[in-house]
Design a protein around this ligand. Structure first.
Ligand code: ME8
Length: 665
């Protein structure tokens, strides 16, 4: 019988549905995904939970603005979050929605336990409330702004149920003392301890001013305060009242941003203590990703979106950057420039180059089979020792959440093997037996380092390391490789290399940044009229969904002939057509419109093969102002019908032969 695996349960925050994920949310979720993969490779049975926090005033308002019932609004938004995570390869094991029935039951059950144990009472509360953060602001006076978001607070009095948080000052302080690792990093721990030492006020945990919330059974119109509701999602995701059956609770790790550490390290353990339920083992609060040294927010217009980056450079590049650039726990600045620089230096020139040159040399010299090493020289052993030693270091760094250091250590080995190849110059060796043997040793050694680096980097770079793994001819699943069994010397000579695949093609920095920015602009401003055939956002994209939710359907306004005649449409003939790297929906065409040949981008790549368009006659709007799509200039628009719910483009054309350049009237 195999030994029963130890469990590891980790969570991301349950994100609000009144917006869509930006790079900050992506950061926490990426880190959770890295830990999930890492722990699996260390033999744990891992469950990772993420989800959406769907109650509260903000949702009521957003749904009203969108003109749909709250339930419909949150269902759409939850779908959008879930599908973006799927698209980014960040699929958690559990996706909990706070409107799920199981969750509703768990919140009501938790309340009942707290009440039965004497920690809940009815009272009145008057205070300054921040509707944006869904929290009363302690010690604020009327007219004060919220210290977190800087927006005005509102005075609110209502009958509430209160939670006796004050009773938990000592139990919490004792708990922190007994579990010194509970709050991480250390600096946050000290901050929370002094907060609790300063005294805890009872906390109102129900509201009568909010309609859109989980009802307190038998006490309507009371609904639960969002934090009592949302925190409980961690428990409802793994069984709720039946948590013992699933065996995942308590959580081993709650990953959060520093904004919500107090809720997780003070309120949440207090609720659980009151209900006599097991407490989570650790809360890790990371810092902010800042844009131009300020916190990102949609209202400031400085949010960074994940999708454009992934379209241009791939998800692994984003994952690598997020973990490599900033010490986990501290704030860090986000810049496209730094992102692309790292991509080119560490991924394209580093790992990508090592993989492709090693494979190419083995292909050329050993017919694509891993050679058998011959006699070692001291320099081979030095490299072997370094690679062997880095295993322990990397595992320790991962364990301590020192991701940047873990990657630094892995990339130091990549640099060493690069140097080794430069000094050993296997390409300069000849065909004598001695040279051949030396070549075999050098190339086996390089391939072995590449294999070890690939295993160690897998939690951070799952897609590209899978490719390198296959390139090295490995047929087992890399995600299931046991990190504790990794040793120097496991690469079997004679293994045939797999097919070479493109890993990290080098990009031109200026062009890449421009394309990412232009894609981000398009995603952030979906209301801009898009050319009929150019990049219609698919209905499933979050932005399109959210925009559609907000859009009102008005009857089209009629225009006069003079307005119509302002639009110049001509018959064009496609001369060339090609795909655009990093834009899977766009084709770049050159079209002869009689008087000249124009470059035009069209969002038809998913429905038309470029070759099939050459020579085809199309309808072109010729007097449209030029614009850039994905960084590529488009000077005109190809007319197409938009068919079906997904808006499939069908090019307009003619049954009879028409002259190129003829005007449509
Ligand atoms: O607070 N940098 O949800 P939320 C780094 N629903 N991380 C960031 C970030 C940034 N600029 N911006 C956001 C809520 N985050 C509640 C949580 S949990 C029971 C309820 C990340 O949608 C970070 O993890 O506002 C932060 O804590 C979280 O998103 C806040 O997400």
């Amino acid at each position: 019988m195999p030994e029963k695996k130890e469990k590891f349960y980790l969570t991301t925050p349950i994100y609000y549905t009144n917006g869509l994920p930006h790079i900050g949310h992506t950061y926490t979720t990426v880190v959770a995904d890295v830990i999930r993969r890492y722990k699996r490779m260390r033999g744990y049975e891992v469950v990772m939970t993420t989800g959406t926090d769907e109650h509260g005033v903000n949702v009521e308002r957003a749904a009203k603005k969108a003109g749909v019932p709250e339930s419909e609004y949150v269902a759409r938004m939850a779908d959008a979050w879930r599908s973006l995570w799927d698209e980014l390869g960040l699929t958690a094991d559990e996706f909990v929605r706070t409107t799920d029935l199981q969750h509703v039951r768990t919140v009501q059950w938790l309340f009942k336990l707290c009440r039965e144990n004497g920690f809940v009472y009815k009272g009145h509360y008057t205070g300054q409330y921040c509707i944006y953060d869904n929290a009363f602001v302690n010690d604020a006076k009327p007219g004060d702004n919220c210290p977190d978001c800087g927006r005005p607070t509102e005075t609110l009095t209502e009958e509430n149920y209160f939670f006796k948080l004050s009773a938990f000052q000592k139990p919490l302080l004792d708990f922190y003392k007994k579990n010194p690792d509970f709050i991480q990093p250390e600096s946050r721990r000290n901050e929370i301890i002094s907060f609790v030492e300063g005294g805890l006020k009872d906390l109102s945990i129900t509201r009568t001013t909010i309609r859109w919330g989980i009802p307190v059974p038998g006490e309507e119109p009371h609904v639960f305060y969002v934090w009592f509701d949302a925190l409980t999602a961690y428990l409802s995701a793994v069984g709720g009242p039946d948590y013992e059956k699933r065996g995942m609770w308590p959580a081993d790790l709650h990953l959060v941003g520093k904004d919500i550490i107090r809720f997780h390290t003070v309120y949440w353990p207090a609720f659980l203590m009151a209900a006599m339920l097991p407490l989570p083992k650790q809360v890790w609060a990371h810092g902010w990703f800042l844009m131009d040294a300020t916190k990102m927010s949609k209202s400031k217009g400085n949010v960074v979106l994940p999708r454009p980056i992934v379209n241009m450079l791939g998800m692994d590049a984003l994952r690598y950057f997020l973990l490599r650039e900033v010490v986990f726990g501290q704030d860090g600045n986000f810049s496209y420039d730094a992102l692309v620089t790292r991509y080119n230096s560490d991924l394209a020139n580093g790992l990508g180059n090592l993989a492709s040159r090693t494979a190419a040399m083995i292909e050329k010299n050993f017919a694509g089979k891993i050679p058998k090493p011959a006699e070692h020289k001291p320099q081979d052993d030095v490299l072997a020792k370094e690679a062997q030693a880095v295993i322990g270091e990397v595992l320790e760094r991962y364990e301590k959440m020192e991701f940047a250091r873990a990657l630094e250590a892995i990339w130091a080995v990549i640099a060493s093997v690069d140097k080794y190849l430069t000094t050993e110059q296997p390409w300069a060796l000849g065909d004598s037996e001695a040279d051949k043997q030396r070549k075999a040793t050098v190339l086996w050694t390089s391939a072995e380092v590449l294999r070890m680096v690939t295993v160690l980097a897998h939690p951070v770079l799952p897609q590209s390391t899978d490719k390198v793994w296959a390139l090295l001819g490995q047929t087992t699943s890399l995600g299931a490789f046991e990190l504790d069994g990794l040793r120097w010397g496991q690469l079997a000579p004679g293994t045939s290399l797999g097919k070479s695949q493109s890993l990290f093609p080098r990009v031109d920095k200026v062009e890449a940044v421009e394309r990412i920015e232009s894609m981000a602009n398009e995603e952030l401003n979906p209301t801009q009229p898009a050319p009929a055939a150019a990049t219609p956002a698919p209905a499933s994209t979050p932005t399109a969904g959210a925009a559609a939710a907000a859009a009102s359907v008005a009857a089209p306004e009629r225009i006069g002939i003079e307005d119509f005649s302002k639009v110049e449409m001509r018959v064009g003939q496609v001369k060339t057509a090609e795909r655009i790297v990093g834009a899977d929906k766009l084709l770049k065409l050159t079209v002869d419109i009689g008087s000249e040949v124009r470059q035009i981008c069209a969002g038809i790549a998913q429905f038309y093969e470029p070759e099939s368009l050459i020579g085809r006659k199309v309808v072109v709007v010729t007097n449209l102002a030029p614009r850039k799509l994905r960084g590529v200039e488009s000077n005109g628009m190809i007319v197409a019908a938009s068919v079906g719910p997904e808006g499939r483009p069908v090019l307009a054309g003619f049954h009879e032969d028409v002259e190129v350049g003829a005007r449509l009237k």
